[in-house]
Design a protein around this ligand. Structure first.
Ligand SMILES: Cc1cc2nc3c(=O)[nH]c(=O)nc-3n(C[C@H](O)[C@H](O)[C@H](O)COP(=O)(O)OP(=O)(O)OC[C@H]3O[C@@H](n4cnc5c(N)ncnc54)[C@H](O)[C@@H]3O)c2cc1C
Length: 383
């Protein structure tokens, strides 16, 4: 896999140039949503990259989508405001019925609808997803949902959400990952009749929420794929999510190494550029090496995903390496900006907070290590 896609990079760079650092800084300070930026991305068709052409999109692969996400972060933005649509849409493209795809995908492509949210995590069960407590019980032509979710992002800037709920009790399934199903939820309709949304103030400017379901009715037509197979479907989406987030971290990593390289070349202390000191050079060089290496695993994960081959290990490893590399780069960038790294006008502290998230979400570093130990190395299952 080669790293060019120059036409995509040029297009995103031109768009991002209309939204300079000041724009993202202001939105961050206001804890706002980059509405104009996401609208511009949608208008130019970038958010429809993964939608097949027959449904109004550009029919590109995860590889190209990852370049879009990478470039947004590399230009100083934060794909976290909109990346949900990319991987959620893919769940619909791969597992939705023809009727659902015809009903929804063209509207996502045109920007009439947004599918930015995915509701998986729950407060009492956390990473132990198969134990989740939210239930969806079939009653005639509807499912009735009860339960609670936490950390569900972009709900207030989305028309649709993909929701994971248990449709067969854990005690009645032979495998704990069976009996879970995914649904399309019409957010506005749900908020009017059984879904409560409570925003969570947090460290990053990331719109994320607690959700409470009290007898929320969802039309049975909104079940995606087969009932009881939702966990398998959601994993496809999660592999796409991890790979895209790896690309975003790569974008962040380059942003940090570019910024700090420029800064240490220009900042003079003790009568010479601080970047002339090897104590300054080495952590920056080390971070750059790690970003480059993580990038190789990102391309591998993208290729396997686009070929429809198993890519769980590569998607997880790419996310692990890229999140670690961008964090090392963030630390070096903050450190060598000295006091100025803490000043909002340099944008370093904002990007530092943004990239830190990816060691915890959408999957924590420990859980990736555990996945590789068990599923790649064949070590005994630990939980
Ligand atoms: C800003 C933000 C946005 C998010 N957006 C979404 C979203 O849109 N949709 C969604 O569904 N979720 C979302 N999440 C949730 C996110 O995926 C979870 O926070 C993450 O998976 C970790 O789960 P948890 O917080 O329940 O941590 P826990 O499962 O409670 O784990 C806490 C820590 O304990 C450690 N740990 C846990 N179990 C083990 C183990 N067996 N071995 C070793 N270490 C372990 C890990 O280091 C982990 O970081 C978001 C989270 C944040 C912070």
């Amino acid at each position: 896999m080669h790293d060019d896609f120059q036409d995509i990079r040029d297009g995103i760079r031109a768009l991002c140039a209309q939204f300079p650092d000041e724009y993202h800084r202001k939105i961050d300070a206001e804890r706002g949503y980059p509405e104009a930026f996401v609208e511009a991305l949608t208008r130019e068709g970038w958010m429809a990259a993964l939608i097949p052409e027959e449904y109004g999109g550009s029919g590109l692969g995860l590889t190209e989508a990852s370049v879009i996400m990478e470039e947004i972060n590399r230009q100083g933005g934060n794909s976290g405001a909109c990346h949900g649509q990319m991987y959620n849409m893919n769940t619909l493209v791969r597992h939705g019925s023809e009727e659902q795809k015809r009903r929804i995908l063209p509207k996502l492509a045109s920007g009439e609808l947004r599918l930015q949210s995915m509701g998986v995590t729950e407060p009492t069960t956390g990473t132990d997803t198969t134990q989740l407590k939210t239930t969806a019980v079939r009653k005639g032509d509807r499912y009735v949902v009860n339960g609670q979710k936490v950390w569900i992002s972009r709900v207030q800037h989305s028309d649709l959400m993909i929701l994971l709920a248990r449709t067969t009790p854990l005690s009645e399934v032979s495998k704990k990952s069976d009996g879970l199903s995914i649904f399309l939820v019409d957010v506005k309709e749900a908020m009017a009749k059984g879904m409560e949304v409570k925003p969570i103030a947090n460290m990053v400017n990331h719109e994320t929420n607690e959700l409470f379901f009290d007898d929320l009715e969802i039309p049975a037509d909104n079940l995606i794929g087969e009932e009881g197979k939702g966990f398998k479907y959601i994993l496809t989406g999660l592999n796409a999510e991890r790979t895209l987030i790896a690309a975003e971290c790569i974008g962040d990593g380059y942003w940090f190494t570019d910024r700090v390289t420029k800064y240490v070349s220009e900042r003079h202390v003790f009568g010479r550029p601080i970047g002339q000191n090897q104590g300054v050079q080495f952590p920056i060089a080390e971070a750059f090496i790690e970003v480059e290496a993580a990038n190789l695993m990102r391309w591998k994960a993208c290729r396997l995903y686009d070929e429809g081959k198993p890519c769980g290990a590569e998607a997880n490893m790419a996310k692990y390496l890229a999140a670690k590399a961008s964090w090392e780069a963030a630390n070096a960038c903050l450190q060598f900006h000295g006091g100025f790294g803490f000043a909002c006008e340099y944008d370093v502290e904002r990007k530092f907070r943004e990239t830190r998230l990816y060691q915890v979400a959408p999957i924590s570093t420990n859980l990736i290590l555990s996945y590789v130990a068990e599923h790649v190395l064949g070590l005994p299952r630990s939980f």
